[in-house]
Design a protein around this ligand. Structure first.
Ligand code: PSU
Ligand code: MN
Length: 336
């Protein structure tokens, strides 16, 4: 960018290379629609590393008050590892990049009364001035708009079991195919069809890496799923180099870094498996479908496994936040 020209007027912002070819052009409204917290704005101005965090995990992924406590602790983990957290949500129709503690608490208390907002819901929540918790797909879009290339969460959505009749595949997967943000997660919960999820990601052109010593693709509560990633990444620097290369060729697609849950926090395969099978059976019996499906299954698995799955969930989210912060730090060294 050192030799690039930035053209900016009231309508649009365009970046041209030294030959006058537009590398990027965006309407100004795309930037004007974002509101930044003071901490995030200062970090962006100072070109500090940032980590985007989603908010559906707060409203629909965990019960109150653990959701609030976890969201605050996750932000702290990001700071302790040298990056600035940017939790993203829509408050009364306003996109907010970086939330105050009060805003996080409100969202945590609102829980499932907040709108679960994926790509298709974004404009609706804004137009109707609602409060929306952003899923992985919506958070990726907004993180990208804000110029934050690294994002940490628990688990991404995927292809649901029974896809052959329901055609239920998360918008997270298509978003990964079209938005260049690296998502650090603990893999995919086995409430989903993990094999088909990986096939879908391959079709979408998404690079899927295990962050660790083996190729095993993790299944959220457990360190293995029986499936493999296409590569393993062992250091933050290696991850940063992969992200930088993705940007260098302007792929416009995302990357999944799947971090296996810490050994000590991993759950017993059979116990989680039984809880998940029962939860899916109940959701079928109750005719749960569409955007209600994932929150229902998350809640039932939490209930059926007692506090255990919630404990594991919290541990893995924190680990993902620390990995993402380290990657963001190394990436900021590479691309600055
Ligand atoms: N998986 C989890 N925890 C979560 C989610 C998924 O283990 O909180 C949330 C994320 O916000 C994800 C969304 O983006 O659910 C996917 O929902 P759906 O399957 O309806 O696309
Ligand atoms: Mn769905």
């Amino acid at each position: 960018l050192a030799s690039a020209n930035v053209h900016c007027n009231a309508q649009s912002l365009t970046i041209k290379n030294r030959n006058g070819i537009a590398l990027m052009s965006r309407p100004m409204s795309a930037f004007a629609s974002l509101r930044f917290s003071e901490e995030v704005r200062l970090a962006l101005d100072a070109k500090k590393p940032l980590v985007a965090l989603e908010s559906t995990i707060i409203s629909h992924g965990m019960p109150y008050p653990q959701n609030f406590e976890t969201a605050i602790e996750v932000e702290k983990v990001v700071r302790d590892n040298g990056a600035v957290p940017a939790t993203i949500a829509i408050i009364d129709g306003q996109i907010q990049i970086g939330l105050s503690q009060d805003q996080i608490r409100d969202l945590a208390k609102l829980g499932r009364n907040a709108v679960k907002a994926s790509r298709r819901d974004l404009a609706v929540v804004m137009a109707k001035k609602q409060t929306g918790a952003t899923t992985v797909s919506a958070t990726m879009i907004l993180a990208h708009r804000a110029g934050i290339p690294v994002f940490a969460t628990g688990g991404i959505g995927g292809v649901h079991r029974g896809y052959e009749t329901s055609m239920d595949a998360s918008a997270d997967l298509t978003e990964l195919g079209r938005t260049p943000v690296a998502v650090v997660c603990a893999g995919v919960k086995s409430i989903l069809d993990i094999g088909r999820t990986l096939e879908f990601l391959e079709t979408q052109g998404v690079t899927v890496a295990t962050y660790g010593q083996t190729l095993d693709f993790p299944a959220f509560f457990t360190r293995t799923s029986g499936f493999k990633s296409m590569l393993k990444i062992e250091t933050p620097k290696e991850a940063a180099e992969l992200i930088a290369a993705n940007h260098a060729v302007d792929l416009q697609s995302g990357i999944v870094f799947a971090v296996p849950i810490p050994e000590a926090d991993a759950m017993n395969d059979t116990l989680v498996g039984e809880a998940i099978d029962l939860a899916i059976k109940e959701s079928n019996e109750q005719g749960i479908f569409g955007k209600e499906s994932t929150p229902f299954l998350l809640k039932r698995v939490n209930e059926l496994t007692g506090g255990n799955s919630l404990k594991s969930n919290i541990a893995l989210v924190k680990q993902n936040a620390s990995v993402a912060a380290k990657i963001a730090k190394d990436l900021s060294i590479l691309i600055m």
